[in-house]
Structure formats: structure tokens, C-alpha cells
Ligand binder design. Structure first.
Ligand code: PLP
Length: 448
């Protein structure tokens, strides 16, 4: 029998964050694989830290969402929200499933076109669309969603330049009972601004309003807000159709469905507070049926991002250093922090260990490698005693982390995808110095 390793005793200060009963949980969660591939195999192949995406999970989340809507309403189209994750491999999976692209800048527009998406299959949102991008989008038949009165003028110039009437949609904002209200984007319904925009477009005679769009927020925990949103959009549609010659062919209700992530400040777990995709679908489609005359059902667009990918993404990290803090907490320094998980400010992640560790669970601070005090992944989590080289798997991190990560202090790591057959693939290489310096220019006089 091998000799047991000596472990120094620990005195635990009872802290309110430890648990409701004041007693620490004696279990820690283990994840030794992702979709059947061991954590060590993934790290050996691509290094640490490492983002890993599960194709099976993405496809099943998409199919479940599509089914929830298409089983209730006949004419449904999802647009994959590029800003949620615009890696080519990720977008291709959603496009293969049938989603078109939803973009919010000329950069994202170009990215979608570069991936082979036709202009007609691009929804072009965003508060700032440079003139040249509006011109391209109009030429290519994209669905352009107008955000401001200035954009109306720009698009009228585009219409003159192309010699055609340009089909457009207007973006709307409204009170759906959600605070704070997202009133910064598009035209407000309640104040009459939205109808003013319609009249302005009608008077110009160069644009055709064919759709209405609104996106009421992200991580929306109240499905009923979507019901209010849909009712208000349908009412505006009726007002437009009875006062102008415009025919509204589609309503786009945006994105915002929550994932099973733990938003900080919520007492109950996501399994309790997050509505199901059926709840969201029921809220939206019932509002359509209750408020539209039968036979006049516009196409329904959705721009769901987070809900379709968050739970498919993991970040594998390695422990680089440990110490005890003066307040008694253990401090674990990982090789990934808020540079890769900007969203750590809002979410409390699942932190799982790749291997079981013995020893007393104790309050621990898990932070990243940045030389910055705010680089915290979790400031109070119960962990057994860990040692250098241990791996921690952070989830769910599929939404927004790849697009919001920062090249700050450290290189951005590799991203891998596990396909539906259980094989892993590199979908983005780890960065190195040349990637960072390639756009830099050293003026001649500084070279000496
Ligand atoms: C216009 C628009 N559509 C769709 C989305 C995707 O939202 P989510 O990821 O919350 O579904 C966003 C994100 O904020 C957005 O701004």
C-alpha cells in the first residue's frame, strides 16, 4: 500500500457565499472528456488554454429551436447572429442546418459573403452602416434594416445611384416591460417615431418597406416580453398596411433567448429561471395567431445567437500557480482569464476538474494570468486542493467569447471543434507574434 501524502490542515472561515447552510459542498464536478475525447488528448493536440466546441450540441440546439417554431408557425427562418460567434466552421454548421446570416457591420457582412452566403440571405442590422456597405448590400439584395433617419437618406441616395426602389425593413424599439429598455436602436413605437419613419420613407418614394424588425435585448428571462413585442409589431404592421401601400412580408423578432448559463445575481439556478425554447416559441407564435387575420401570415425571422451555441462551448485551462491569500482563500492562477472570457463579469461559470482531487473543499479564488486585479473567473468557489498543471474546464462559454476575446497581454489560443463522429479538428490556430505585428509599421526614423 502506498504511503498517504501529508496534507496540511485548513481552518475554514464560514462565509455567506459558501452555501445556504454555511457548510461547504464536499463534491467537486469532474469532466474528463468533451463528447468522448479526453481533456488530455485535446490539450496534447492543441495546447492550453483551448476553446472546444461540440458540433453535436450546436446541431441539436438548432434543431430543437427550429422544431419549436416551425411546428407552431408555418413560415419560419433563422438567421445566425454572426456577432455571437463568427468562426467559419461555426457559421457553416448553422448555414448547413438552414440558417441564413444576420450581421451588424460591414466586416461581418464581408465575412458572410466570404463564406459563400449570398446577399439575399443576409440580414443587415446595426446602428452604423457606412454608405459603401449600404450600396453593396442593396445591389446584392440583402435585407437592410434601417436604424436611423440618416440611414433613410443614405438609402435614398443608394436608390438614385442604382436606379431602383430599394426594399428595406425598419428597426423598432418599444416597451415590453423589460428594464432597462433597449431604446437606442431603431425607431420607437410608443412615441410615434416609428410611424414618422414610415411616413418619411413613403414621402421619399425611393424605398419600399417590406419588413419590421426588433431585438428587445439579450439573455431575456421573461418569455412574455416576446409576446408583447410581437403584438406591438403586428399592430404597427396593420397600421402601416392600412395607411400606406406598403405590404409587410416579414416580421423579424431578433434574438435574446437565454442559455443555461448562470447570470450573476440570480439566486436560482438556470434550470429553474431560464424559459424553455418552447416557452419562447409559444409566446411569439400565439401572439401572431391571436392578432393576425388568418391567411395574412408574414414570414417570421429569428436572429437567435446565444441560445444556439452557449452550451456547446468549453474553455480548457491549466493551473499555473497557487498561493494562500491573507483572507484565507486559496488562489489559483489559470492560463486563461477575462482576456478570453470577457463575459466573466456577468456569468458564474461551471468550473469542472479534469481529474478527481482529494482533500477538503475550501473557498477559492480562481483568476486568470493578466497582470490586472479584475482578472477574475470566480472569486468564491469551493475547490479541493489543486496543484500546478491541473486542468479546469469552464462552461458554458460558446456565446460571445470568441468574438469579444481580447488580444491583451497574452496571445489568443487555438479553437477546436469536435464533429458529430467524435473526431476533433482545429478551427482556429493559436496566435503568435507575427499575427499581432503584421499590421504594425515602424517609421524609418525609429529603426536605427
Ligand atoms: C440585432 C441583434 N440580433 C440578434 C442578436 C443575438 O442576440 P442573442 O445572442 O441574445 O440571441 C443581437 C445581439 O445582441 C442583436 O443585436
Amino acid at each position: 500500500m502506498s504511503k498517504k501524502v501529508y496534507e496540511s490542515p485548513t481552518i475554514l472561515k464560514i462565509q455567506s457565499s459558501m452555501s445556504k447552510a454555511g457548510l461547504p459542498s464536499m463534491q467537486h464536478k469532474i469532466r474528463d472528456n468533451i463528447d468522448g475525447i479526453s481533456i488530455s488528448e485535446l490539450i496534447n493536440a492543441y495546447g492550453s488554454p483551448l476553446f472546444v466546441f461540440s458540433e453535436s450540441k450546436m446541431r441539436s440546439l438548432y434543431q430543437e429551436a427550429y422544431e419549436a417554431f416551425s411546428s407552431r408557425y408555418p413560415n419560419v427562418q433563422f438567421g445566425w447572429s454572426y456577432k455571437t460567434n463568427y468562426l467559419k466552421a461555426i457559421c457553416s454548421i448553422f448555414h448547413q442546418e438552414g440558417a441564413i446570416a444576420e450581421v451588424v457591420s460591414e466586416f461581418e457582412y464581408e465575412k458572410a459573403r466570404n463564406s459563400g452566403v449570398e446577399g439575399k440571405d443576409i440580414i443587415f442590422n446595426g446602428p452604423y452602416k457606412p454608405y459603401h456597405s449600404l450600396l453593396t448590400a442593396a445591389k446584392e439584395g440583402a435585407k437592410i434594416h434601417i436604424d436611423t433617419f440618416d440611414e433613410i437618406s443614405d438609402l435614398e441616395k443608394v436608390s438614385d445611384e442604382l436606379g431602383v426602389k430599394v426594399p428595406v425593413a425598419i428597426r423598432l424599439n418599444m416597451n415590453t416591460g423589460i428594464e432597462p429598455q433597449w431604446s437606442r436602436f431603431g425607431f420607437n413605437i410608443e412615441s410615434g417615431q416609428a410611424m414618422d419613419a414610415v411616413r418619411r420613407i413613403e414621402a421619399g418614394g425611393k424605398l419600399l418597406i417590406t419588413g419590421l424588425h426588433s431585438h428587445i435585448g439579450t439573455f431575456m428571462l421573461d418569455a412574455n416580453a416576446y409576446k408583447l413585442q410581437t403584438v406591438k409589431m403586428v399592430n404597427l404592421m396593420k397600421e402601416i398596411e392600412s395607411n400606406t401601400d406598403f405590404i409587410i412580408e416579414y416580421l423579424d423578432v431578433g434574438g435574446g433567448f437565454a442559455s443555461k448559463a448562470h447570470l450573476k445575481g440570480l439566486y436560482q439556478p438556470p434550470e429553474v429561471v431560464v424559459p424553455s425554447i418552447d416557452d419562447y416559441a409559444e409566446a411569439i407564435t400565439s401572439a401572431l395567431y391571436e392578432n393576425l387575420e388568418s391567411g395574412n401570415y408574414p414570414k417570421l425571422y429569428l436572429e437567435t445567437g446565444r441560445h444556439l451555441i452557449d452550451e456547446a462551448g468549453y474553455l480548457i485551462t491549466s493551473l499555473t500557480g497557487t498561493k494562500r491569500l491573507p483572507d484565507g482563500r486559496m488562489n489559483y492562477i489559470m492560463d486563461a482569464g477575462v482576456n478570453l472570457l470577457y463575459t466573466a463579469f456577468w456569468f458564474k461559470y461551471n468550473l469542472e476538474l479534469a481529474e478527481k482531487r482529494d482533500g477538503m473543499m475550501e473557498p477559492s479564488l480562481v483568476n486568470g494570468p493578466l497582470c490586472m486585479n479584475i482578472d477574475i473567473i470566480d472569486d468564491s468557489v469551493m475547490m479541493p486542493r489543486l496543484k500546478r498543471g491541473d486542468h479546469m474546464i469552464i462552461s458554458p462559454v460558446g456565446a460571445y467569447s470568441i468574438t469579444q476575446w481580447m488580444q491583451f497581454i497574452r496571445y489568443r489560443p487555438a479553437v477546436a471543434l469536435i464533429d458529430t463522429q467524435g473526431k476533433h479538428h482545429l478551427i482556429r490556430e493559436a496566435e503568435e507574434l507575427k499575427d499581432i505585428e503584421t499590421r504594425e509599421v515602424l517609421p524609418e526614423y525609429l529603426k536605427a
